[in-house]
Design a binder for this molecule. Structure first.
Ligand code: AHG
Ligand code: MN
Ligand code: MN
Length: 338
């Protein structure tokens, strides 16, 4: 028998490191694992059955919803509700937070925030997409429905966070605050197997990921940073390589393994950037810090921001420590005119 460690075994092993762990978080992660397998199965059929394309509706943020956005949202919600460890969910695809009504759920201690399908506009063209999740302990008392306060906690209070990448292989990457670990899905066994234990992002990198088509609308500091990335300075590995997939999960995953930075700054059209603090930025910030990198809004640590609304957006710079610091320096040097 090869020495395979499955995600399920690994979670239990790590749970045993905490003497008073009750197994509730392990069970919660188990439901995410299950929903990921179901969504993975469906995504693999894209093109064969009628699951690609838009449904004709928009989410609360005015973005066109894809069939698979709603499918993934339903599957993750259902899996989370079924295991009774979660009292409510907030999702990019839901206008309001959803409270689970069963008594067992009302007595549960966790809330989950998620982007069920990230990069969904890539589905129709067979490019990698993902799911992002973020887990908090509720603040409101058990036995009552969750409140806004439970969902609007700063990122540093996250208990766990992770993503699934449906790529050339499917992987689940997560952290509970003790490093970040990656598991590759073996479809023949139907299990996620430990493949990337304790990942560390290089302190410096030579990849930058940004939608450069928006260049004209970027803040001056970001424009200057892009020019810096493109300068001819071989001793510093510059010019850097530009890579942009358009799925945060995929861009983040590549940069995590190779070293690099992902940028989604404010633009004239999106003064707070495009990415969502609660569903995208906070979980990715927790993961990157656990891997030794940084996540910033250009000035502040992402996980220190106190959220004020569910679908809040924030400029986002995430990746290798030196690169994130460098962008912050450029933004400081070239402040925007008010
Ligand atoms: P989502 O599909 O969940 O709406 O997220 C898309 C996000 C992110 O994944 C990606 O990096 C970014 O939007 C791409 O935006 P642009 O097309 O503006 O570059
Ligand atoms: Mn997204
Ligand atoms: Mn999405």
């Amino acid at each position: 028998m090869p020495d395979i460690r499955t995600l399920g075994e690994f979670i239990v092993e790590k749970q045993n490191d905490f003497p008073h762990a009750s197994g509730e978080l392990s069970s919660l992660l188990g439901s995410i694992k299950l929903a990921a397998k179901i969504v993975n199965r469906e995504i693999n059929k894209a093109g064969l059955v009628d699951i690609t394309g838009a449904v004709g509706s928009e989410n609360v943020q005015g973005e066109e919803q894809q069939k698979l956005d709603l499918y993934a949202n339903d599957k993750f919600k259902a899996a989370l509700e079924a295991r009774d460890q979660v009292c409510g969910v907030a999702s990019e695809e839901e206008d309001e937070a959803v409270a689970f009504n069963k008594e067992l759920n009302r007595n549960a201690k966790y809330v989950v925030l998620m982007d069920p399908l990230d990069g969904s506009s890539n589905i129709d063209v067979n490019v990698s997409v993902g799911t992002i999740f973020s887990i908090y302990r509720r603040i409101s008392p058990k036995g009552t429905p969750p409140t806004q306060e439970d969902f609007l906690q700063p990122g540093h209070r996250q208990v766990a966070a992770g993503y699934v990448i449906y790529g050339s292989s499917t992987m689940l990457v997560y952290t509970t605050g003790n490093g970040i670990h990656g598991f590759t899905y073996d479809p023949s066994l139907g299990v996620f197997c430990l493949s990337h234990e304790n990942m560390r992002i290089p302190e410096n990198g030579s990849i930058y990921s940004i939608n450069e088509g928006n260049y004209i609308r970027f803040p001056e500091g970001v424009k200057k940073y892009i020019k810096y990335c493109q300068e001819d300075a071989p001793e510093d590995n510059r010019p850097y390589t530009s890579r942009y997939i358009g799925s945060l999960v995929s861009d983040f995953h590549r940069n995590l393994l190779k070293g690099g930075i992902y940028l989604y700054p404010s633009t004239a059209a999106h003064p707070n950037g495009k990415l969502r603090l609660l569903y995208e930025c906070n979980p990715m910030a927790f993961l990157i810090e656990q891997a030794g990198g940084l996540a910033s809004d250009g000035e502040n640590r992402i996980m220190d921001i106190k959220p004020t609304e569910l679908h809040q957006r924030v400029p986002f710079f995430v990746g290798s420590t030196k690169m994130v610091r460098q962008v912050e320096d450029f933004l400081k040097e070239y402040p925007e005119q008010q």
